[in-house]
Design a protein around this ligand. Structure first.
Ligand code: PLP
Length: 425
């Protein structure tokens, strides 16, 4: 029997690398080919008129997305990073305003705020869901706070009910970055649709993709209009008789092409099935990993579903007598696929720590009196930092094609490492 840990020279529990998840096939090829044959690869016109809203594929896909997610408006863009920037702009965020967001996200969330010379303020996360902690948000509200930008990290919605309460109480806008949780639900509503503006990434690595792309969703006519304007060089089409409409309309081209829209439309029709299979993998994985001492499986907030972009695990290094990185190295050596050790601490990126964004003199933070700017330093978000440094690791279930026997092997690899913990300490 193979019991010597691979990291100590034994043979790995999982011998063959898992197949990478490939989500593009003949349906997508057909859709792309149809568009290429039409010769119409993008049909936007940067001038007033019907063409301002994009070509037939873009508009079809928007209709389909609005129906699927159950919102009044879907506006598609060339990346979700573009979508986040457009959302901040549409909300009328001004230079020096503060937007409260989370350190556990991708940099694009916080950077979108900076694009309008507003200041990201980081609230700590909840230890169990890894999403922004509403209580931490409450403590950071100042007269400059204009919005909350929450993130549905790893595949489940942030606590939108609590965040909405705070927004109502203080008159704030609510933006949701649901890049990692398309199709997840709170009650019977889709994650992302409970914010004033929300949306999804169509980047290659996400649940569904068109290579690059993003979908904005909103039930507000006003925001929808502004998003459509920001997407397509609004400054050149808005009549200057209404200067108020020109706010935050500064020369962006966030347009999605027709080929991407056609591919994305096929992908969206597969989302439900993809989520179903991810949930199944996660549920098997739970069965395999249940009962391992000092290990905590992903927690799901009451009322939520989880669509598992990442299967997030917490360990207790004290209980195990082994530090997280050693444990992860041992699991990797056994062939466990897609493991990431720790996640992010966006507030500690050099851009924030050193306050370098526009030019070299600290703008836009210089817009706010010194001493009133959040100090982006270690210790600012202790829960996030401790999890990142010592306790968290994730399995990127989105990256691989897991079947039942693969999940069993992953379980066997974990149990082998757990059976030999003493050799690692
Ligand atoms: C992927 C991702 C983004 C960026 O999306 P793109 O489409 O790659 O620009 C933003 N936020 C989060 C949380 C993400 O996971």
């Amino acid at each position: 029997m193979n019991s010597k840990l691979a990291i100590l020279g034994g043979s790995p529990e999982i011998q063959q690398p898992l197949a990478e998840f490939k989500s593009v096939g003949s349906d997508e090829i057909e859709a792309a080919t149809r568009v290429i044959k039409s010769g119409n690869l993008s049909a936007y016109i940067g001038a007033p008129g019907e063409g301002f809203m994009g070509g037939p594929e873009v508009r079809n896909f928007e209709k389909q997305a609005a129906e699927y997610f159950g919102v009044k408006h879907a506006i598609v863009v060339n990346s979700w990073t573009s979508g986040l920037i457009a959302a901040v702009g549409a909300m009328g965020i001004e230079p020096g305003d503060e937007v409260i967001t989370t350190p556990w996200t991708m940099s694009a969330t916080a950077m979108a705020v900076l694009h309008y010379n507003a200041l990201p303020v980081f609230a700590d996360i909840d230890r169990d869901t890894f999403n922004i902690d509403p209580e931490a948000v409450r403590k950071l509200i100042t007269p400059r706070t204009r919005a909350i930008m929450s993130v549905d990290i790893f595949g489940q919605s942030a606590d939108m009910q609590e965040l909405r309460k705070i927004c109502d109480e203080y008159g704030l806008g609510l933006i949701s970055d649901t890049a990692q949780a398309p199709g997840a639900k709170t009650g019977d509503q889709f994650a992302g649709t409970l914010a004033d503006i929300g949306g999804y990434s169509l980047n290659y690595h996400k649940h569904i993709h068109s290579g690059e792309g993003g979908i904005l969703v909103t039930n507000s006519d006003k925001y929808a209009r502004k998003l459509q304007l920001i997407r397509n060089h609004a400054e050149s089409v808005i009549k200057s008789s209404d200067p108020a409409e020109l706010v935050n309309m500064i020369g962006f081209n966030f347009r999605m092409g027709e080929i991407e829209a056609a591919i994305a439309s096929v992908q969206l029709s597969k989302l439900e099935e993809r989520i179903r299979s991810r949930m199944e993998v996660a549920s098997q994985l739970r069965g395999e990993l249940a009962g391992l001492d000092g290990l905590e499986l992903p927690q799901i907030q009451a009322g939520n579903t989880h669509v598992y972009y990442v299967f997030g695990i917490k360990i207790s290094p004290e209980k195990l007598g082994v530090d997280r990185d050693t444990l992860v190295s041992a699991l990797k050596a056994e062939g466990v696929p897609g493991i990431m050790s720790g996640y992010q601490n966006i507030h500690l990126l050099p851009a924030f720590r050193e306050k370098i964004a526009f030019g070299s003199k600290g703008f836009p933070w210089t817009l706010v009196p010194e001493g009133e700017v959040q100090d982006y330093k270690e210790g600012l978000c202790p829960v996030a930092e401790t999890l990142h440094a010592n306790e968290f690791f994730g399995i990127n279930v989105c990256m691989y094609e897991f079947d039942e026997s693969d999940v069993k092997k992953v379980g066997a690899a974990f149990r082998k490492v757990w059976a030999n913990l003493s050799e690692l300490s």
